[in-house]
Design a protein around this ligand. Structure first.
Ligand SMILES: NC(=O)C1=CN([C@@H]2O[C@H](COP(=O)(O)OP(=O)(O)OC[C@H]3O[C@@H](n4cnc5c(N)ncnc54)[C@H](O)[C@@H]3O)[C@@H](O)[C@H]2O)C=CC1
Ligand SMILES: C[C@H](O)[C@@H]1OC(=O)[C@H](O)[C@@H]1O
Length: 254
């Protein structure tokens, strides 16, 4: 059963990792897909090729999400190419691990600008397009388990993920009257480029996996189903919700 047949789905930061898995998942479920990427031309081109190999239309648009102009350009190029925006997945993010006491101002500000300000402008641009179209839509933010728990080297990052979670709650209220649903996924630790240095230590990986009830760290495609579901009409009465996708890590305190 294809859940996104005939829809146009947009995903930010989709040349690799979770965003790419979401984009490919959307195409597998019958959507045409527009991806944003910041630098990785080859990754973006291969993601589009994979979308097209699934029989869907794909387009990549370059842009740094921290610049509000990128959001306007991304939505405009998607509409020019495929005529509409049905679902928008806010995924782009960075996590430059660093201690709190000597956090460089630039690292703090860049993390805020990419993860939170960028999301705000993107969600706003996507929502304006959906309101103009007049037939609702779905917005999914890739927040994190870090919206709910702390991280010693993530004091600049976890507030952005809590902020995204909160943004989806508030936009769910602001946009409900237009039939636009807003939800977030909260991944646990997923093996991607964002943490490859932090998790280069195999002992650390094994310790982390041992704390997860399902017995392993996540892979990008573990997010595919949850994001496709929330973007689809199967979730037609779900808004303002968040879905932990963490193998049970969050509930495993005791
Ligand atoms: N890997 C993990 O354990 C978890 C990741 N997340 C979130 O998932 C999202 C995706 O991350 P991953 O796939 O894990 O890592 P990743 O590093 O593979 O993907 C991040 C993507 O965002 C893009 N990006 C970064 N800065 C950008 C900018 N200024 N403009 C446009 N694109 C930009 C990157 O090019 C990359 O494609 C992030 O928001 C991250 O915070 C959330 C929870 C856990
Ligand atoms: C990048 C980290 O490994 C990852 O990011 C998150 O949001 C998770 O909570 C993990 O800490």
């Amino acid at each position: 059963m294809k859940l996104l047949e005939g829809k146009t789905v947009l995903v930010t930061g989709a040349s690799a990792g979770i965003g790419r898995a979401a984009a490919i998942g959307a195409a597998r479920h019958g959507a045409d897909v527009v991806i944003n990427f910041s630098r990785d031309e080859a990754g973006a081109a291969s993601a589009v090729a994979e979308i097209e190999a699934l029989g869907q239309r794909g387009l990549s648009v370059k842009g740094d999400v921290s610049d509000p102009a990128t959001a306007r350009d991304f939505i405009a190029q998607a509409v020019d190419a495929f005529g509409k925006v049905d679902a928008f997945v806010n995924n782009a993010g960075i996590c430059p691990f660093h201690a709190f006491l000597d956090m460089p101002v630039e690292t703090f500000e860049r993390t805020m600008r990419v993860n939170l300000h960028g999301a705000y402008f993107m969600v706003q641009a996507a929502a304006n397009q959906m309101v103009k179209q007049g037939h609702g839509g779905a917005i999914v933010a890739v927040s994190s388990i870090s919206a709910l728990v702390g991280g010693e080297y993530q004091t600049h990052y976890t507030p952005t993920k809590a902020g995204l979670h909160s943004l989806m709650q508030s936009t769910a209220i602001a946009l409900g009257k237009y039939g636009i649903r807003c939800n977030s996924v909260l991944p646990g630790t997923i093996l991607t480029d964002i943490n490859k240095d932090d998790l280069a230590d195999m002992d650390k990986r094994e310790r982390m996996a041992a704390r997860i009830p399902l017995g392993r760290l996540g892979q990008p495609d573990d997010l595919e189903g949850p994001i496709v579901f929330l973007a689809s009409d199967l979730a037609k009465y779900v808004t303002g919700a968040s879905l932990l996708v963490d193998g049970g890590a969050f509930v495993n305190l005791q």
